[in-house]
Design a protein around this ligand. Structure first.
Ligand code: C5P
Length: 252
């Protein structure tokens, strides 16, 4: 798999959220099945990383136990449960999470669902999921959709911003267009990060992938990285390399 050419957004970068500390730029995805395994990853990474993502698997396994443990250690949490249901149910679910110290939570759905979630967000920032990074053009065609992934991401991101969402989850391939056309107010969190083209595993489920530097260089505020760090023999080496890549992208 090769990485796409991304647009150059020097002007946007000058205005970008450079106040985000380097240790918060990478959000490590704790995609494991026990709180012990999650704690082990956090302990290995915390000298360099202050932001962790708890997703469906770990939340099902440990409910708020891991979330609270991470917060008690002074780190930030992104709770990635991608809430999707009728508006009232989403509102009540979001209300269960707000004011617990979680920094970012994810939702998706139509206007009514997003509005309902926003009503209950409390002190959390809400991110709308645009199109999963494991989803490619061929998946769009298979579902009978004629627009491009980029147009669908843009359409959903613009709507989320208009409705009052704090940001979106989008691939690095769309981050540049979103920042250019929708502006700096939109927080962009980008999963689907891989260290380099030569490290791509053909069996990888992610499709719209870029490097950490490419994502931040084109407008992402944070990158979400799971397996490249959590399954690495030397996670700190991977983190340091990605952070150097991010720092270089921010100064270009
Ligand atoms: O292991 P990997 O780096 O591919 O992990 C990516 C993480 O980002 C996973 O936890 C996945 O749930 C999440 N994610 C994603 N695409 C989205 C939203 C979240 O891959 N659109």
């Amino acid at each position: 798999m090769s990485f796409p050419m991304l647009p150059n957004h020097n002007q946007m970068k000058k205005m970008s959220k450079e106040n985000i500390p380097l240790q918060d730029r990478i959000i490590v995805a704790l995609d494991v099945d026990t709180t012990d395994k999650a704690q082990e990853i956090v302990k290995r990474c915390e000298s360099h990383i202050g932001f962790y993502k708890v997703g469906l698997q770990l939340f099902m396994a440990s409910w708020f136990e891991t979330v609270d443990w991470i917060l008690d250690r002074g780190h930030k949490v992104m709770l990635d449960l991608k809430f999707f249901d009728i508006p009232e149910t989403v509102k009540l679910a979001v209300a269960q999470v707000n004011n617990r110290g979680v920094s970012l939570a994810t939702i998706h759905g139509n206007d009514a669902i997003i509005r309902a979630a926003l009503e209950a967000r409390g002190d959390m920032k809400l991110l709308a999921v645009t199109v999963l990074t494991s989803f490619g053009e061929e998946d769009m065609r298979a579902m009978g959709m004629t627009q491009s992934v980029s147009d669908l991401v843009f359409f959903r991101a613009r709507r989320a911003l208009e409705l009052g969402c704090d940001g979106v989850v989008s691939s690095g391939m769309e981050a540049g267009r979103l920042k250019t056309e929708l502006g700096e107010k939109l927080l962009i969190v980008t999963p689907g990060i891989r260290p380099g083209a030569n490290t791509m595993d053909p069996a990888d489920d992610q499709k719209r992938v870029v490097t950490a530097g490419m994502a931040v260089g084109s407008g992402a505020d944070h990158v979400v990285v799971g397996r490249p760090i959590t399954r690495a023999a030397d996670p700190i080496l991977v983190i340091e390399t990605m952070q150097q890549d991010i720092a270089a992208a921010l100064t270009r």
